[in-house]
Design a binder for this molecule. Sequence first.
Ligand SMILES: C[S@@+](CC[C@H](N)C(=O)[O-])C[C@H]1O[C@@H](n2cnc3c(N)ncnc32)[C@H](O)[C@@H]1O
Length: 387
Amino acid sequence: MARVAAETKLTIGGREITLLRPDADERSPLRAWTAADRLALDHLAEISPDGGLGNVLIVNDQFGALTVGLAHAEPTVWSDSAAARTAIDANLARNDCHVLGDRVVAGTDMPAGLFDTVVIVLPKTLSLLEYQLGVVASVVHAESRIVGLAMARNITRSSLSLFEATLGTTTTSLARQKARLVHASPNALAPASDPFIAGDGYIADGGVHVASSPGLFSSDRLDVGSRLLIDTMIAADELMTADLALDLGCGSGVIAASLAKRSATATWTLCDVSDLAVAAAQSTWERNKLGGPATFIVADGAAGCDSASFDLVVTNPPFHQDHAVDNALTERILAEAARVLTNEGSLFVVAQRHLHLHTRMRRHFSSVDAVSKHPSHVVIRAVEPIR
Ligand SMILES: C[S@@+](CC[C@H](N)C(=O)[O-])C[C@H]1O[C@@H](n2cnc3c(N)ncnc32)[C@H](O)[C@@H]1O
């Protein structure tokens, strides 16, 4: 049955905007905006009824609720997600607003200018919050207003301490619909931030040097699922015979780098939705002096990769979008894997056993088998993609 995408409407300052969450359909409880988005937009409309917010910077908008809601201010949008940038542009167009053009700044780049209003959705990890607040501190002035937003349960003492230490006096609003705002007043203009460079992560099995970046998945140790996938692949014939291999959702690049170190047969492509993750993956590749000419792509799924172009795809796929479990995201990653795999190729996926991912994989592949098991995780091999 065809799934119907769910549009939701949001009224801000008397104006109705229409938003679509790309993966969600009518049955999905997930929406393109949160109670925190709404609280922040209502607060900004209240304190500045004439819309005079000055030069506005929006950080981590997920689907465009904030950017569309503040479109009149022509905000600069700083986002580390290729998927978010696409969704924001689509929702701007849906509401007859100008698309971002050069007002969008990738996660590894620095927003340029001086901002009077900064609206920042608190990211899932403290490391990304710390990095982003450090950069924000260098592009605000003493009268700038900084508004953080999140569901109240995700505003921790540690995140408030980061606001306080990086920016200055910090207070929180009352909660509304379980969402809360964080208000920070900058003390003084901080010096300009250095351009981003990936840092040291850890040394994985086989002496693989893994780089890190803010917000990266399992940035200080090898994830148990990734280890099981790597160990399984090292023993698999497919690794030795593959010509073109893809690490889908590569994060630090630890899976592809570990496998490239064991077998130089395949030419690798590494892709991830996050600019910061792909920068770490690139650095991991360089640190291990993996001679092969790898390709690094920032993309939603495997966008930018041709259909039926890889004879090996490996993935430790995402199961969450921000804090929420997002089955539709995992489903799309599996569909992307099926799309880019050749008819003769093999996909290897690692997942927690309780998720029963193999059942969902049968929608996309004719043949699906568990090839190695661990108490908590399983590696599943799938062949014969269903087109
Ligand atoms: C479970 S982590 C695995 C990371 C890495 N492969 C490892 O094993 O350490 C999943 C990765 O998928 C990425 N991801 C999330 N959504 C994505 C999307 N729509 N397209 C591509 N990658 C995505 C995340 O940024 C994250 O790096």
